[in-house]
Ligand binder design. Structure first.
Ligand code: 4NP
Length: 158
């Protein structure tokens, strides 16, 4: 399975989601491709936010080599599932895609753990360090659900 995590800047939330899901996939012997991107261009080429790196490192995950890139229309073809970390991100993905029809692969990330909620992972960018731990926990729990749902049935773990 090829999975893309998308947020606004690709430096706070989606890099954590990329690192967490990749590690869980590897631990479960799944040959998944996991990547992340941002719908905005402010931070292209930058490593993840220092607090995102720190909270991942504290949980045994090194995301320091990841670099921010912008979500592109071509990503709709490259991935099986595209996770929007928040409502504004979902809307931006739709704008970049150019319409509603292209949205069949795009899922609100938190809907995997809270179906139908269309809830957003809070943006920690304007907050303090403890916000990054809250975001990490939310992402970690949701990635656990994703592994259970798609990784353990044996039908989608290519
Ligand atoms: P992210 O957080 O979308 O989780 O990477 C943000 C990072 C930067 C900005 C906004 C959100 N910004 O406005 O620069």
């Amino acid at each position: 399975m090829r999975v893309l995590m998308v947020c606004l800047g690709n430096i706070c939330r989606s890099p954590i989601a990329e690192g967490v899901l990749r590690q869980k996939a590897e631990k479960n012997g799944l040959k998944w491709v996991v990547d992340s991107a941002g719908t905005e261009s402010y931070h292209i080429g930058e490593p993840p936010h220092p607090y995102s790196q720190k909270v991942c490192r504290a949980h045994g995950i090194d995301i320091s080599n990841q670099r921010a890139r912008r979500f592109a229309k071509a990503d709709f073809q490259q991935y099986d599932v595209i996770y929007a970390m928040a409502a504004d991100v979902y809307d931006n993905i739709q704008l970049i895609g150019g319409g509603a029809a292209i949205m069949s692969k795009v899922i609100y990330f938190l809907n995997e753990a809270m179906p139908g909620s269309n809830a957003s992972v809070p943006d920690p960018w304007y907050g303090k360090e403890d916000g990054y731990l809250e975001v990490y926990k939310l992402i970690n729990n949701t990635c656990e659900v994703i592994i259970d749902k798609y990784g353990k049935k044996g039908n989608n773990n290519k």
